[in-house]
Design a protein around this ligand. Structure first.
Ligand SMILES: Nc1ncnc2c1ncn2[C@@H]1O[C@H](COP(=O)(O)OP(=O)(O)OP(=O)(O)O)[C@@H](O)[C@H]1O
Length: 305
């Protein structure tokens, strides 16, 4: 790893730029790819994450979203292309290395202990202690106070931090996980389909905290199937299909309708229509056109980013 020459001196800055990463970018993938043996899961993917911006990665099942997350979060290494953090080339061997660089991932199946209180889960694995060894013990009061402050800082108000985290709604648990990552120093937050299992209201709550993380200057990678959710908070959109980047555009260059169209997959719909034309009794001329199927649904709060 190449973290040590990050001094901020002029010479080092020039050297960093020469190393190839985009200036000002927290994370950058350039023509990156990953093969699992003979299977090429990801190929030629470029993605940039800036502070205070939400980069959305959209894609259907098997598009390569998980593979992309795994490269950035240190679970897998890329097998082609380049990967930069703070402008410097990196190749993480473990998630710990990614975390040390401030890259935190909140997975869909949150690693929480359902029966433990909210505050205890907030500090799970990084508990605050007081006193010197051998009398060192958990600093319960300070953990409760800090968890409460941090959640409030993110605008998350829970009635009782003593309640088991398993009693919170899925959306609230996601929010606690986001606040936790922010508290423990994340600069880049990777959110793996945080709204996938949630209803409309809970999704809205999570989207609000994604926006809050951006306001605090974090770079967010928001993985989702849902173009409407992406468009509510996204600054940049990348659509993956079969392991390659089908679309990459900033918010001012793509409309929600176009994004929805890309996700719906015009070619796939055409193929589906062709299949249906083989079925007796189905008049394909009377089936809706692609544009009708993918017409934008009025999304509450659209354009609020
Ligand atoms: N460990 C692995 N070994 C072999 N092939 C893999 C492995 N992991 C993923 N793949 C393949 O790589 C491709 C991309 O998978 P990936 O899980 O990254 O997609 P995804 O967009 O996250 O899909 P989903 O939304 O279903 O999780 C798929 O064809 C998948 O079968």
């Amino acid at each position: 790893m190449t973290s040590s020459n990050h001094s901020g001196a002029h010479g080092a800055v020039i050297a960093d730029t020469a190393a190839g990463g985009e200036a000002g970018a927290l994370v950058e993938l350039r023509n990156a790819g990953k093969s699992y043996g003979n299977i090429r899961a990801l190929h030629g993917v470029s993605l940039t994450v800036h502070p205070g911006r939400v980069t959305c990665v959209l894609g259907d099942n098997g598009a390569g979203k998980s593979t992309l997350i795994k490269i950035v979060s240190g679970l897998h290494q890329h097998t082609e292309g380049e990967f930069f953090v703070d402008g410097l080339p990196v190749r993480f061997s473990t998630p710990r290395e990614a975390l040390d660089k401030g890259i935190a991932t909140v997975y869909q199946d949150l690693a929480t202990v359902p029966l433990m209180p909210v505050w205890r889960n907030f500090f799970l694995g990084s508990e605050m202690t007081k006193g010197a060894w051998p009398l060192r013990r958990l600093d319960i009061e300070r953990m409760k106070r800090t968890a409460d402050e941090e959640l409030r800082n993110m605008g998350i108000v829970l009635d009782d931090l003593e309640q088991p985290i398993g009693t919170l709604s899925g959306g609230q648990r996601q929010c606690v996980a986001i606040a936790r990552a922010v508290y423990f120093g994340a600069r880049v937050l990777i959110l793996d389909e945080p709204t996938a299992a949630l209803g409309v209201k809970q999704s809205g709550v999570v989207l609000k905290y994604i926006a809050a993380a951006r306001e605090r200057g974090l770079g967010v990678i928001f993985i989702t199937h849902n173009p409407h959710h992406a468009y509510m908070v996204g600054d940049h959109f990348s659509v993956l299909r079969l392991g390659t980047m089908e679309l990459t555009a900033s918010r001012d260059r793509v409309s929600l309708e176009e994004l929805t169209n890309h996700m719906a997959g015009g070619t796939e719909l055409a193929a589906l229509k062709h299949e249906l034309s083989q079925v007796r009794g189905v008049d394909v001329d009377r089936l809706p056109e692609e544009k009708d199927l993918t017409a934008p649904v009025a999304a509450p709060g659209e354009g609020t980013s």
